[in-house]
Every structure is written in structure tokens, then in C-alpha cells.
Ligand binder design. Structure first.
Ligand code: ADP
Length: 449
């Protein structure tokens, strides 16, 4: 087992990893930018190294600075969290070249899954059901128009390198194709340095269902059921739950096995998420994330496992501490993402926290790096906390979420908490009847945003 792990991240996910390290008796090293000198992850880690100025590219994304921090502190392994360098295959290769260990999948798996076209081809070959669409990249507008007719409108044009909801454009009819094609290409180019796009059938009322998988790199893998992340704004998740209200035990067992078999076959190592759209009882693969997800705590809550601990174990060459037969669902869990944003337009709202009080009590988990007097810097993602609740069933989890939101105090800035208070009044949210468009429609009607 490692003696010391460096966490190449910040905020709540850095704390999450530090906590797992501490329980395992492993020393932790935080890295930070000059804007984060007073951040909680710096205080909580055993050691901290300043790796550069505030912009991500000069610090949290600076591979030489992170490798140097490992060498200075003697850390043997790097946990990337999510975002930043977590899905950068070049980073993984450099870590391996320095005889350090990356806590995550191999560079090759990250590369294959990071490109949405090669991910889809790979999954298709492994027997995973995919959204109908173009066979690979679509080089010209004429090709796009032909494929639009073949697949049937509406279609979605997606940048193969896209992520975080960027680089996707819907063409409702043939008349929209030129602008969708050009915009998706331009966004792919400007955000990800790659203008290749592909086309999929646009599903009109799907839910977003993702399967948590975990592999040991030696041909064994398990699944930990699904998360329903259909409540999204601009293709970004805001509310996640497990198990999915629309998924039967039989469906879970079947799609779960398809996914765990697929990753076992490729000797996948560590945590991964296979994302699907789910409509009329059918699953359609959209992408695989080769890292721990923001919403992993809902899975941890219902299965009673620590996914970060498992990531560290398999990276150190140990076995997973469970097999499929050990994994049973207990109750229901919901996570809401609390962002430093001002409604109705979700404008980023950094600033000083004058008062912070985290909710507590039975079945409540607050993953956040906030504290009284902390100043949220303007340079990073606006996620400032995740409130996760667990109940014996969905109604109990909803009641607990309502109660916990009422206890939470974040003063000094605006947050997305009022959105969740409002959503918990909605019959569709209470009954679990929503699809990926529900929240956008609700926001238009209720916030005009
Ligand atoms: P990203 O990598 O940017 O997160 P994804 O491919 O995972 O992109 O898609 C994100 C979201 O976009 C999905 O959860 C869904 O809401 C929407 N989406 C993606 N593909 C389709 C599709 N074929 N039909 C309808 N909606 C889609």
C-alpha cells in the first residue's frame, strides 16, 4: 500500500480523497494555487505544496508542477479527483514514466473513452446498446445532411472531444443542420482543440441513467447499479438519485451485467461510469467517464461502500474488497449540487462566506470545503457543496432532503439552494416522473431563465 498520496485537485473532492487516505493510514499531500492558500483542502492535508498562480492552466492543470510536488514530498501516487487532469491520458503517461502511480484507469482506456466516437465503437463491439447515428465522424456538411435524412430528424451533432455539455447542437429539422453542424464543430475546436463531430438520433423524452462500474485491472469487474441524473440544466446535472425511480430490479441486473462484463473484458481498472439515455424501456449508450463522478456519493450511500478507498486499493495492486454478490441496495439516496450562483440566471457568485452551517443528523452527508469566513475565489467551478441524503425509501429521502436544506446556512453569497426548495414542492419531482428536459421547461416557466 502507498505511504503517501498527492491529490491533484481542490475543493470538496480533494477533501473527499484526503478523508479516505486518513482512514487508510495514508499521508496526504494537497497542491494549491496562490488563490487557494486558505482553502480547506490545504488545511486538512498532512502537507501542502503551492504549484502556481490562480488560472487552472498555471497550477491545477500544470503537469510539471504536479510531478515536481510529488518528487519534493515523496508521494508515490496521484489521485486526480474529477475535472482538471482526471481524464488526461497524457498526464497518466507522464506519471507512469516517472514511476509514480495514477489512481485511475490506464492511459489507453482514458484515450479510447475520451474520444466519443472510439468510445462508442468500443462499447458497441462489447455488446453495449448505443444511440443510432453516424458510423464515426462526419467530415462535411453534405455528409451531415445525408445522415440527418437517414437517421431521421431531430438529430444531435456532437463534438467527439466534447464534455461538460459543450459541443452539442440539436437540429430539429433539415433546415437547422447547417447551423448545428457549424456550431458543434466550432465549439469542439475552441473548447477541446478538435473539430471532429458525429451525429446521433436526438431522443425526445429520455432519462439519463448511468451505471457505476468498478474493475480490478485483472479481468474482474462489478457494477453498483444506476444513478438517475435526468434533472439537468444546459446538459449539466443538478440533482441525482439512486436507485433510479424508473428502473426495475430486472432491468438493473441486466444492464448492470452488460456493463460489468464489458469493462471486465477490457481489464478496466478503477471506477468508471457508463452513461445511457433511457427511453421506452431501452438503454442507449452515450459516453463513458473514466473517473470518479461528482455524484458518486449516492451510490456509496445505498451500497455502503467507499469508492475512493476501492480506487486506492486496486491502484496499489490489491483486490476490490467486494464481489458482485456482496453488493446489495439499501434504501434510497439523493444528491443536490449546491453552486455559488445567483438565480434566475445562474450567474457565478463568488465572494466571502460570512456564515456557514452544515446540516447533520441521521442519513445526511455534506461534502463541502466551505467554512466561516472563507472567500470563494472567482477562478474555478461554482460547485461549493454537495448535500447527500439517505433514507429507507424515496419518500423518506425526499423528506430528509427538505429537512436538511432547511438547516443549511450559507450566508454572504447567493447559492442554488432556493432552486431545490422549489423543486421539492413539485409533484413530478416528488413522484420521480421527469426526463432530461423537465428542468429546462420548469426553469422557463418558473424563473423565465
Ligand atoms: P457531455 O460529455 O458534454 O456530458 P454527453 O454525451 O454525456 O455529453 O451528454 C450530456 C447530456 O446531453 C445527456 O445527459 C443528455 O441530456 C443530452 N444528450 C446527449 N446525447 C443525446 C441524444 N442523442 N439525445 C438526446 N439528448 C442527448
Amino acid at each position: 500500500m502507498f505511504d503517501k498520496i498527492l491529490i491533484a485537485n481542490r475543493g470538496e473532492i480533494a477533501l473527499r480523497v484526503i478523508r479516505a487516505c486518513r482512514e487508510m493510514g495514508i499521508a496526504s499531500v494537497a497542491v494549491h494555487s496562490t488563490a487557494d492558500t486558505d482553502a480547506m483542502h490545504v488545511r486538512m492535508a498532512d502537507e501542502a505544496v503551492c504549484i502556481g498562480p490562480p488560472p487552472g492552466t498555471d497550477s491545477y492543470l500544470s503537469i510539471p508542477a504536479i510531478i515536481a510536488a510529488c518528487e519534493i514530498t515523496g508521494a508515490q501516487a496521484i489521485h486526480p479527483g474529477y475535472g482538471f487532469l482526471s481524464e488526461n491520458s497524457n498526464f497518466v503517461q507522464i506519471i507512469e514514466d516517472h514511476e509514480l502511480t495514477f489512481i485511475g484507469p490506464t492511459a489507453e482506456h482514458i484515450r479510447v473513452m475520451g474520444d466519443k466516437i472510439s468510445a462508442k465503437d468500443t462499447m458497441k463491439a462489447l455488446g453495449v446498446p448505443c444511440v443510432p447515428g453516424s458510423a464515426g465522424g462526419v467530415p462535411t456538411l453534405e455528409d451531415a445532411q445525408r445522415i440527418g435524412e437517414e437517421v431521421g430528424y431531430p438529430v444531435i451533432v456532437k463534438a467527439t472531444a466534447g464534455g461538460g455539455g459543450k459541443g452539442m447542437k440539436v437540429a430539429q429539422t433539415a433546415a437547422d443542420m447547417e447551423s448545428a453542424f457549424m456550431t458543434a464543430r466550432a465549439e469542439g475546436k475552441s473548447n477541446f482543440g478538435n473539430d471532429e463531430v458525429y451525429i446521433e438520433k436526438y431522443l425526445t423524452t429520455p432519462r439519463h441513467i448511468e451505471i457505476q462500474v468498478f474493475g480490478d485491472g485483472k479481468g474482474r469487474a462489478v457494477h453498483l447499479g444506476e444513478r438517475d441524473c435526468s434533472l439537468q440544466r444546459r446538459h449539466q446535472k443538478v440533482f441525482e438519485e439512486a436507485p433510479g425511480p424508473s428502473i426495475s430490479p430486472e432491468e438493473r441486473a441486466a444492464i448492470g451485467k452488460t456493463c460489468s462484463d464489458a469493462v471486465a473484458k477490457i481489464n478496466y481498472i478503477g471506477a468508471g461510469t457508463i452513461e445511457f439515455l433511457y427511453e421506452n424501456g431501452e438503454f442507449y449508450f452515450i459516453e463513458m467517464n473514466t473517473r470518479l463522478q461528482v455524484e458518486h456519493p449516492v451510490t456509496e450511500s445505498i451500497f455502503g461502500v467507499d469508492l475512493v478507498r476501492e480506487q486506492i486499493r486496486v491502484a496499489a495492486g490489491l483486490d476490490m474488497s467486494f464481489i458482485q454478490e456482496d453488493l446489495h441496495i439499501n434504501g434510497h439516496s439523493i444528491e443536490v449540487r449546491i453552486n455559488a450562483e445567483k438565480l434566475p440566471n445562474f450567474t457565478p457568485c463568488p465572494g466571502r462566506i460570512t456564515q456557514y452551517h452544515a446540516p447533520g443528523g441521521l442519513g445526511v452527508r455534506m461534502d463541502s470545503a466551505l467554512y466561516d469566513g472563507y472567500s470563494i475565489p472567482p477562478y474555478y467551478d461554482s460547485l461549493i457543496g454537495k448535500l447527500i441524503v439517505h433514507g429507507r425509501d424515496r419518500p423518506e429521502a425526499l423528506a430528509r432532503l427538505n429537512r436538511a436544506l432547511g438547516e443549511l446556512i450559507v450566508d454572504g453569497i447567493d447559492t442554488t439552494v432556493p432552486l431545490f426548495h422549489a423543486l421539492l414542492q413539485e409533484p413530478d419531482v416528488l413522484s420521480g416522473e421527469y426526463n432530461i428536459h423537465w428542468l429546462e421547461h420548469w426553469l422557463e416557466t418558473n424563473l423565465g431563465g
